[in-house]
Design a binder for this molecule. Structure first.
Ligand SMILES: [Fe+2]
Length: 277
């Protein structure tokens, strides 16, 4: 028999009855502490326990960076898959640098309302660049919902609550997160918008706007252009060329690359170029 620990026995019983379970035993009848319910072969014992706060999220586990030269081709529709909240994803660094970084090309072809909920991410950093279209978003302590447009970037500090509300048809964003595998938690308590106030999350701040604001908002973890760290590039339009380590790569629209820290490279064309530390 499955034992389920419930602070609110009445609510738990109502949930199971709504699922078609029936009560088999109540102990004791005058002040129930245990209620056995069943449906067919499934037997569950609901056990009253004191209410406790939800356990804190586990500490953030960031694997060490495994530097690599990675060039990822667009390959048309291959490589796209459907992820959370109906959004389509494409992995721009399948290697993921040892689990240190994930870079995703995300799109919502049809646009319209997004079936999202208030949530947050256990991350070291996360940034989102809008490549095409627009998306309406709302963030904890950042006032009313706003629209992010092509060419703008959002810095989502660790654990900031947020929700995607609506997008244009053909929305495309590039999202970079460290570590590659991280947990997304729903927040059922906080309603957004939650007003507006100046605040920081550790040494990071919320930012929506020009790429130039990246370095400041992320506390130096991500910056636009070349710098000291992992190089990342994504071809926004037309053709581009990457030269590094004695090799030359002819790139096309939607191709992406990652460069190990300290390895010089030259990239020409219409590219999004970032440095990540
Ligand atoms: Fe999110």
């Amino acid at each position: 028999m499955l034992e389920l620990r419930c602070p609110d026995l009445d609510a738990a019983l109502a949930t199971f009855e709504a699922l078609g379970f029936r009560v088999d035993a109540v102990i004791p009848a005058d002040d129930p502490q245990r209620i056995a319910v069943s449906r067919g072969d499934v037997h569950v014992e609901l056990v009253r326990v004191p209410a406790e706060p939800a356990p804190p999220p586990p500490p953030l586990d960031v694997p060490p960076l495994a530097p690599a030269l990675v060039v990822t081709r667009a390959h048309g529709e291959a490589g796209w898959h459907t992820g959370r909240a109906g959004m389509q994803y494409r992995d721009l660094i399948p290697d993921r640098l040892g689990g240190w970084l994930v870079a995703s090309h995300i799109r919502i072809p049809d646009g319209g309302p997004v079936p999202d909920y208030v949530h947050f991410h256990a991350i070291r950093f996360q940034i989102i660049y809008c490549r095409a279209g627009w998306v309406r978003l709302v963030y904890e302590d950042q006032g009313e919902p706003f629209v992010m447009r092509a060419g703008e970037v959002v810095v989502q500090p660790p654990t900031i609550r947020h929700r995607v509300l609506e997008s244009s048809p053909g929305l495309e964003v590039i999202e970079l997160s460290c570590p590659a595998v991280h947990a997304t938690y729903a927040d059922h308590e906080l309603a957004l918008p939650s007003g507006r106030r100046e605040r920081a999350w550790g040494d990071q701040r919320f930012h929506c706007g020009a790429l130039a604001g990246l370095a400041d908002a992320t506390g130096g973890l991500v910056r636009a252009g070349h710098g000291d760290g992992v190089g990342f590039g994504f071809v926004l339009e037309g053709r581009a060329r990457l030269a590094t380590g004695g090799q030359t790569f002819d790139l096309e629209r939607d191709d992406a690359f990652a460069i190990p820290p300290g390895q010089p490279y030259e990239a020409s064309g219409e590219l999004l170029v970032l440095t990540v530390r």
